[in-house]
Design a protein around this ligand. Structure first.
Ligand code: FAD
Length: 324
């Protein structure tokens, strides 16, 4: 375990926001964790910081896992992976070893541990579809335990872990993969790839993704800043009647999922900047660091968009990004 005092978190968040942590603890595989304890107001678990917006210095302890490449195949289908490992490195490893399923999640920034917290999803796939179990260190009970998939309460960008911030440090995730490649082409942009190999599908997805997102080396961001809002049937039908060009909603158990990006674009925010934060010109769902912005500037831009969308369409937007 490595401990740093008063350290800048700029390299630890993809928005590139320069705040400091009073203490940063980096946990390595095999470390003895009993010295880690929970204090709700003072402990933050950080992965790659790709879904975080820091608005001020963090006065407590930030705990993160080393990004060591560390995994162990259990059976021919199950592989257990260190939580600090880059998700995208895992996906390349699985394809190199003839294990399939995760390819549609290619190029999502962040760690294996966070993939379970966030139930990351893209191109018709979600992490929950492949997670067998999650091994955590419970900072409150000071013991290690394992959650099976059903215990994790996975939902859209949600899980049990998200509701107990700072309590469960995810050490390892076990994925159940397939030896047979069955392409998931449910997403419209992938329809033209019925004969692609898994590697070709991964490359096509990576290319499409980065054509619509800011390159991290040029502009910081947290990817999609807002969740797609879910509304009831009458709200959806009224909006569709007023705006026939609105994309058809995806029907789910709890209602109709609208495109947040379309609402933000229609409200006129695409490509606009406010202070040093902006709305990405190729994707209205993405807020970005236009020129060394602060977390407060991102928060102010997000609040202005939320207020405007609410006023114009009567729809509330909830941030997907975590504002600290
Ligand atoms: C350019 C870009 C594109 C993106 N595209 C997508 C996308 O297509 N789909 C998608 O779902 N997301 C997307 N995201 C969001 C982001 O990649 C995911 O949310 C990712 O899972 C965050 O991983 P992270 O390691 O950076 O976690 P962080 O941002 O550091 O943390 C996210 C949450 O997980 C918790 N956490 C992290 N690690 C652990 C751990 N080991 N134990 C317990 N809790 C932990 C944190 O406390 C926090 O609550 C995108 C982000 C960017 C910047």
């Amino acid at each position: 375990m490595k401990v740093y005092e008063n350290i800048s978190l700029k390299p630890y968040n993809t928005f590139g926001i320069d705040v400091k942590a009073r203490r940063l603890v980096v946990v390595e595989p095999g470390d003895d964790l009993v010295t880690l304890t929970l204090s709700h107001s003072e402990t933050l678990i950080l992965g790659g910081g790709s879904n975080m917006v820091f608005t001020k210095d963090y006065e407590g302890t930030v705990i993160t896992l080393s990004n060591t490449f560390h995994l162990s195949p259990l059976t021919s289908h199950l592989v257990t992976v260190w939580g600090g490992m880059e998700m995208d490195d895992l996906i390349q490893w699985t394809l190199d070893h003839g294990l399939y399923g995760l390819e549609n999640l290619s190029a999502i920034p962040g760690t294996v541990g966070a993939s379970a917290v966030q139930n990351v999803g893209a191109y018709g796939a979600e992490a929950k579809d492949f997670i067998e179990s999650v091994e955590v260190y419970d900072l409150m009970e000071r013991r290690q335990c394992t959650f099976c998939n059903a215990d994790c309460q996975f939902a859209y960008r949600d899980s049990l872990f998200k509701h107990h911030p700072g309590r469960y440090l995810i050490l390892r995730v076990t994925y159940r993969l397939s030896k047979k490649f069955v392409p998931n082409l449910s997403y419209k942009a992938l329809e033209g790839l019925p004969h692609a190999t898994a590697q070709q599908l991964r490359e096509a997805i990576t290319e499409v993704r980065w054509s619509k997102l800011p390159r991290p080396e040029e502009h910081g961001s947290a990817g999609s800043f807002f969740k797609n809002p879910v509304v009831d049937e009458s709200t959806y039908l009224c909006l569709k009647a007023e705006y026939p060009d609105m994309p058809d909603a995806h029907r789910s158990d709890n209602g109709y999922k609208l495109s947040a990006g379309w609402l933000i674009d229609k409200a006129g925010w695409k490509g606009r900047t406010q202070g040093r934060a902006g709305v990405w010109p190729k994707n209205a769902l993405v807020l970005y660091n236009a020129d060394g912005c602060s977390g407060d500037e991102v928060r102010a831009l997000a609040a202005a968009i939320q207020q405007d969308v609410k006023q114009k369409f009567g729809v509330a937007l909830d941030p997907e990004a975590i504002i600290i």
